[in-house]
Design a protein around this ligand. Structure first.
Ligand code: SF4
Length: 246
């Protein structure tokens, strides 16, 4: 079934969490994830979705990209940025030929991946934004450290930070693995979930974690002169925290 994929949603929005943050982008949200991070705000994508062929997906991406044209432009133009997200896109084998096809079509393709699966088979033209799961996610044991040697300067590593322990852990990994030499590093402050977003299938935050405020995180980054880019989850500031398709 590698020529089809179970898709949760395809939509046009702003890229929110990478060095591409703030740019308009077509998103392909794929169904299913093998992790259950404590802060996950897309639990609906664990199971909800419809199987679609690669042709159907590519056609919808093209439509969304062509619909986004500068009003001043005379010649037809196409939005150049597409992102595969989830869920976990790499769980579905069809994500590999889809990314290849989108690259062949001239798109800049971003992949948001949890870091728990092998990133080596991904087309070399794709910009992989790979998480390293911090302790408060409840999924730190799932980090696939063998991925690190595969990262290139065009990839990005993202740490989602919710607690003081997350920050200290991220700092330790950056030093231990000299991560700053591999690719850009993102420290993304996680907006706490609203009570109604806390899906019961998510892992609990492990005991002994101390929540960190975003100001505290910024001050620690500066004091430690950490070679990272601080980020906020932009979509949660612009839109309601539980809004879909953004
Ligand atoms: S990797 Fe974690 S945050 Fe991402 S979709 Fe899966 S459970 Fe949610």
């Amino acid at each position: 079934m590698s020529e089809s994929l179970v898709v949760n949603e395809i939509y046009l929005s702003l890229q929110g969490e990478s060095t591409f943050a703030g740019l308009p982008c077509v998103f392909i949200r794929l169904t299913a994830c093998n992790l259950r991070c404590s802060y996950c705000d897309t639990a609906y994508a664990f199971t909800e979705g419809k199987r679609r062929t690669l042709d159907e997906i590519a056609a919808e991406v093209e439509r969304a990209a062509f619909n986004f044209q500068p009003s001043t432009s005379l010649a037809p133009q196409r939005l150049p940025l597409v992102e595969l997200t989830g869920g976990e896109p790499l769980l579905q084998p069809g994500s590999l030929p889809l990314m290849q096809r989108l690259c062949d079509a001239g798109f800049t393709v971003l992949l948001e991946t949890s870091g728990a699966l092998d990133i080596a088979p991904v087309d070399a033209r794709v910009r992989r934004i790979m998480d390293l799961k911090c302790p408060s996610s409840g999924e730190a044991a799932r980090n696939r450290w063998e991925n690190l040697p595969h990262l290139k300067a065009t990839d990005e590593i993202k740490f989602v930070i919710g607690t003081v322990q997350d920050y200290e852990w991220a700092k330790e990994q950056i030093t231990r693995h000299n991560l700053g030499a591999l690719c850009p590093l993102l420290l993304s402050w996680v907006t706490p979930l609203e009570p109604h977003q806390q899906d019961k299938v998510l892992k609990p935050v492990p005991a002994g974690q101390t929540p960190i405020k975003r100001l505290d995180l910024v001050e620690r980054i500066i004091a430690d002169a950490l070679p990272v880019r601080f980020q906020l989850q932009m979509h949660k500031i612009v839109w309601a925290p539980d809004q879909r398709g953004v």
